[in-house]
Design a protein around this ligand. Sequence first.
Ligand code: NAD
Ligand code: UDP
Length: 334
Amino acid sequence: MNVLLTGGLGYIGSHTCVELLNAGHRAVIVDNLCNAYGSVLDYIEQITGIRPRFYEADAQDRAAMERIFSENEIDAVIHFAGLKAVGESCRIPLAYYRNNLDSTLTLLETMEKYGCKRLVFSSSATVYGPDNPVPYNEEMPCHVATNPYGWTKAMIEQIIRDYVTANPDFSAVLLRYFNPVGAHESGLIGDDPNGIPNNLMPYIARVAGGQLEKLTVFGNDYDTPDGTCLRDYLHVVDLAKGHICALDYAAVHTGAEAINLGTGNGVSVLELLHTFIRVNGVDVPYVIGGRRDGDLARCYANAEKAERVLHWKTEKTVEDMCRDSWNFIVKHTK
Ligand code: NAD
Ligand code: UDP
């Protein structure tokens, strides 16, 4: 199958591209490089032996998107392109709404014009909001996001559902990711945020590598076994494989289907930190600080639907996630 990946040079897109090529599919990438490096294309080629066709363009740019669809027979799209930092989305909400919504609308209009009817969308566990109990399942109401980034995901899900209602022969899989971490085992691609990371695993890895002095654990007074927050961390390579299963599903089903991609387990901040220290034999200085605004004590998936519908479940362990995250930093900062 010929698959267009919007945002395909980013963290999750690049790993998914590798798994797509490994599975024998062809990949075309569009990315405006606002949060990625062109060199990722070389790394994808080093890992797979195949260099995907790449367009440096904005997914909001209708002419560019039409050119991509007219030059390639696109069978399906995986839509990763988007801005994703929760804190930043509170500071510059309009940029988040503009980028994330416009790119989706332009993509759907272009898909319609070129008769492409299969879409996999990068949604997020953030759509479950603060009120649902864990573990989250796909039937729960998703009416209240806690930040503009989360709202863009909830709104895009709604836009896609409305489009599918009007076009019943269209197939959309709304993948709700939990907390992707880790890196490809080659150490060539991984999570490489600009500036100081917001997310836990890249922060830990940079403290271990000496680029940051210490980790602040945001609160140890939550109602959880060790007082720190629980999250559903999953290895990015497992997550990437979930997209191939979603494409296969979309090839034989129509309609819009939301599906969680997670392990189903909650892991605490301190568990992740101590696992990282143990498996990598490194020091990660840390202090306990106050709670971070907006953090939920618990966020983990009910992962049954993915197993039932997509025949997908995670295979890698928390140890694998910590080892591969560190391997990426070691190889990357050489
Ligand atoms: P990322 O920032 O590494 O990748 C996104 C890519 O999209 C980047 O390469 C960026 O340059 C590109 N991009 C952004 N806007 C674009 C536009 N208008 N046109 C073309 N390219 C554009 O992020 P990621 O972690 O790989 O996330 C991929 C998707 O998954 C995002 O939609 C994100 O919101 C979603 N998601 C990520 C997480 C996570 O923890 N990483 C969790 C849930 C959902
Ligand atoms: N966290 C932390 N210190 C940091 C970054 C994150 O203690 O420097 C905690 C955060 O409070 C949360 C967990 O790690 O409980 C995961 O945070 P992340 O931002 O990676 O994911 P999210 O909270 O968006 O699920």
